[in-house]
Design a binder for this molecule. Structure first.
Ligand code: FAD
Length: 531
């Protein structure tokens, strides 16, 4: 009875808000009423994201699916109804610009249960399922990477390619790319997927892979949620290392820093003993940030006096590298690390080393999250800017942005690391610069309302615009990662030679533009004029 009431209320809201005569029986026939919620806690949670930039965009209802079929039924109903409504999958809601939101439709809450109701209803798919012999794992699209890791470790296995932070959903990162310091070697996460189950914008449930529905498979990877909702992903695994030697070294000269980074990623075809497993780096424009929130690495026992390292133009660069190992090979790790370090040209006194279990290394950002949460500094606006910068222009970017626009002040970590383009499958929807090597530059800012102008949301948002304008004027053809655009032309320019295919497949798989409307790439078809 209560469920029926809840559903009726949801339907009434749909009718009232859309202002159209949606036939209530369409939703009643879904057969998923137990998972459709208008509980204010659910609706509020689904209306916000990590960015906290867009203001609340409350959906009409939130669905807690218990199976792929639930998702398919909902999308099919949206597609087939006379007037329709939008459907947005939401993983863990860690987007910045409302990409997982939809104000005029239903949010499908893929990860866990938000607000305490819903998915606990018992019919959750029996995932993750590890196939130890075949070395892959099947996971639910809303599974968080931390839980994927925990399941595979029980079999001594682990995925190969990661993000820095593991409380992100599989469907959410595969809709973008999923990158971290392993990408130079294994490619992004989207290069490590063997098969997907996807609910298209017509409500069809398709299995796709290299061999089966291959156009769909490649389109969905990096496809910003435009072609379907990923309900299952089959992810490649490798034997899990047990420990990690994690090293940071400093540079005051940018070209020495990037030369060393590029050298290290050029070793990707070498045997494991002759390369690092992880290559990242970050920029230090502000002394306070050497111990930024991404990880408290430098301990009070090895304090770093930045001024003594003679930063060039006030800026230092930190190369971050890691080598995985198994306890049985612990005797050779020192030697392997040493011979790799010998080839690098960092400031001699600036080697900082730590050693930890593999899981702790992968989950390093979560510790920082807990710390920030305890200080009330996690749930603040995040005007992040993530750019892929071609190798040939990274020095211009350094001069103009790190040593120029940022003006010795940032409001969060600035990551910088190179990747090999040949590790990215050009058939995916992800967009990268046209050079063999390109850099991720991630300005991971937090805006604070503490009276300091340089910490304010307005200041940081303006600075992002200034950086993009600078790149444009300086001929630095960057591509946004986790892109955010608001006009059709900007999206066409972003996808460039991938646009025609992107558009054609959108028309094929989601012709009513029902899915992931929060990305603002396609406008949902005027429902009344559709039929
Ligand atoms: P959501 O924000 O919930 O969704 C993102 C988009 O994907 C939306 O358009 C949504 O509709 C769509 N979507 C979600 N689930 C599905 C699905 N099952 N099927 C189809 N579409 C779906 N990224 C990296 O690559 N590397 C990093 O190291 C990294 N670190 C991060 C650290 C933090 C603290 C944060 C907040 C983000 C980080 N990101 C990183 C970015 C992150 O990968 C993206 O924001 C990603 O989309 C977040 O996943 P989510 O599950 O929260 O997605």
């Amino acid at each position: 009875m209560a469920t029926k009431l809840l559903l009726t209320f949801a339907i009434c809201r749909l009718i009232v808000t859309v202002g159209l005569t949606l036939d209530p029986t369409e939703l009643l026939l879904l057969g998923v009423d137990a998972q459709l919620s208008v509980d204010p806690t659910d609706v509020k949670a689904a209306s916000l994201d990590f960015g906290l930039l867009t203001g609340a965009q409350p959906p009409l209802a939130v669905m807690h699916p218990a199976s792929s079929q639930d998702v398919a039924q909902l999308v099919k109903a949206a597609y087939g109804s006379n007037f329709g409504f939008t459907v947005s999958a939401r993983g863990h809601g860690h987007s910045i610009n409302g990409q997982a939101q939809t104000a005029n439709g239903v949010v499908v809450q893929m990860s866990g249960s938000i607000g305490g109701s819903g998915v606990a209803s018992g019919r959750k798919p029996p995932y993750p399922r590890v196939w130890p012999q075949e070395r892959f794992v099947d996971v639910w699209g809303g599974e968080l990477w931390i839980d994927v890791l925990r399941s595979t470790l029980q079999h001594g296995l682990a995925p190969k390619s990661w993000t820095d932070y593991l409380y992100l959903s599989v469907g959410g990162t595969l809709s973008n790319a999923g990158i971290s310091g392993q990408a130079f070697n294994h490619g992004p996460q989207i290069s490590n997927v063997q098969e997907l189950d996807v609910v298209t914008g017509k409500g069809e449930l398709l299995t796709c892979s290299e061999e089966q529905n291959s156009e769909m498979f490649h389109a969905v990877l990096g496809g910003l949620g435009q072609f379907g909702i990923i309900t299952r992903a089959r992810i490649s695994l490798e034997p899990a290392p047990q420990r990690v030697r994690w090293i940071r070294v400093l540079y005051s000269n940018f070209s020495t820093f990037t030369r060393d980074q590029e050298y290290l990623i050029s070793l990707h075809e070498q045997p494991a003993s002759q390369k690092f497993d992880y290559v990242e780096g970050f920029v230090i424009v502000d002394e306070g940030l050497i111990n930024n929130w991404r990880s408290s690495f430098f301990s009070p026992h090895n304090p770093v006096k930045i001024s003594s390292l003679e930063p060039n133009g006030g800026v230092l660069y930190c190369l971050e590298i890691a080598k995985n190992y198994h306890e049985s090979t612990a005797s050779t790790i020192d030697q392997e690390v040493e011979s790799l370090l010998k080839k690098l040209n960092f400031i001699p006194a600036s080697v900082f080393t730590t050693d930890m279990p593999y899981v702790d290394f992968l989950d390093r950002v979560h510790k920082a999250e807990l710390k920030l949460r305890s200080k009330g500094l996690w749930e603040v606006p995040h005007p992040w800017l993530n750019l892929f910068v071609p190798k040939s222009k990274i020095a211009d970017f350094d001069k103009g942005v790190f040593k120029g626009i940022l003006g010795n002040k940032t409001s969060g970590p600035i990551l910088i690391y190179p990747m090999n383009k040949n590790k990215w499958d050009h058939r995916s929807s992800a967009v990268t610069p046209d050079e063999d090597v390109f850099y991720l530059v991630a300005l991971l800012r937090s805006a604070l309302d503490n009276g300091e102008e340089t910490h304010s949301l307005e200041y940081l948002t303006n600075q992002n615009r200034q950086i993009l304008r600078f790149c444009d004027e300086a001929g630095i053809t960057v591509k946004q990662y986790l892109p955010h655009y608001t006009t059709h032309q900007e999206w066409v320019d972003h996808f460039r030679n991938k646009w025609d295919r992107f558009y054609r497949l959108k028309m094929e798989f989601d012709p009513r533009h029902i899915l992931a409307s929060g990305q603002q790439i396609f406008t949902p078809t005027n429902m009344a004029s559709w039929q």
